[in-house]
Design a binder for this molecule. Structure first.
Ligand code: VAH
Length: 315
């Protein structure tokens, strides 16, 4: 039985259906702090209101459904986190701490995503190694590094089965991203269809790792099912599918919408966050230790995104 926190967010909105197809509706408990989300998630299987700061409620849910695995997605992302760093620390750290304590007490497996945000300006930016300097300059990044260390600590000290990946920017058509820095790579597709142009808040030449959501979902289940004796690392694995700058995705869109135009209206806060992150990750460890192997690149993602968004936006 899998409990997913933050189930109505950008990843959760697709992960719930994906997991229920694999493991069965009744074996995937979706939870979030509110109920404003996809009907199919709330009606299509068990749903619980859960604020991850409420350890008592979380424990009750684990007991009620006999949960054996938690996928902990509830978090404040990079850009929103810079607007309210205290909230970001509180939710990202105390929420995680609660999930770790429950996992320790009840012997659960715990998947917690980290991020390319766990790296900072003095991290080697190209082909960023699995093991390297991590001095992020955002509160979100601080919580991601602290979260990685805490998850590894619970594995080493208490034997809790903690696992995680450092997600790059995630691109999807189901749910909009929740206030990150890489969100431009989602909004550009919506505006390309709806307006034929996009005002980009990240500057040209700014490279970040990115991934199409189907590959991200597959990474979660593949890592959770991986043979633990083969895992040298745990929290958290570098994974990536592609690295691009705004002009690259704009040019790819132009292959489908020839008169699409990108303009630049730089947001200094998110531009400085983006510049502090790697240009490209080395994900050899994930490939070697649990068979990570993404399917989508920029051209196949763009083709699928535009097709699916045209249906969704009825354009
Ligand atoms: C953010 N999309 O921009 C998230 C993610 C890789 C970045 O953590 O904050």
């Amino acid at each position: 039985k899998i409990l997913v926190t933050g189930a109505l967010g950008q990843v959760g909105s697709e992960l719930i259906g994906y997991l229920r197809n694999i493991y069965g509706e009744s074996n995937v408990i979706a939870s979030d702090i509110h109920k404003k989300g996809k009907e199919s998630i709330i009606e299509g299987g068990p749903f619980e209101l859960l604020d991850v700061l409420d350890a008592k409620k979380a424990s009750e849910i684990v007991k009620k459904y006999n949960v054996d695995t938690i996928i902990h997605l509830a978090a404040i992302l990079s850009a929103v986190g810079e607007k309210d760093p205290v909230l970001a620390w509180d939710i990202n750290m105390n929420g995680l701490y609660n999930m770790l304590e429950i996992s320790r007490e009840k012997n659960l497996s715990l998947f917690t995503p980290s991020s390319i945000a766990a790296f900072g300006p003095n991290t080697p930016a190209d082909n960023t190694p699995q093991d390297t300097i991590q001095r992020p300059t955002t509160m979100y990044g601080v919580t991601k590094v602290a979260g990685e260390l805490l998850c590894d600590y619970y594995f080493k000290k208490y034997g809790v089965d903690t696992r995680g990946v450092r997600f790059p920017g995630l691109i999807s058509y189901e749910a909009l991203p929740g206030g990150g820095t890489t969100d431009y790579a989602v909004h550009i597709y919506y505006d390309a269809i709806e307006k034929g142009k996009y005002k980009c808040y990240i500057d040209k030449g700014t490279y970040m790792d990115m991934m199409y959501m189907p590959d991200a979902l597959n990474a979660i289940t593949t890592l959770l099912e991986a043979d633990s004796s083969k895992l040298i690392h745990r929290n958290a694995f570098n994974i990536t599918a592609m690295s691009f700058a705004p002009e690259d995705i704009a040019n790819e869109i132009k292959n489908h919408i020839p008169d699409f135009e990108i303009e630049y209206e730089i947001d200094p806060v998110r531009q400085s966050i983006a510049q502090s992150w790697p240009n490209s990750l080395d994900d050899t460890a994930a490939r070697d230790e649990w068979g990570w192997n993404p399917k989508y690149d920029l051209s196949s993602m763009t083709k699928d995104m535009l097709e699916k968004l045209r249906l969704k936006l009825k354009k």
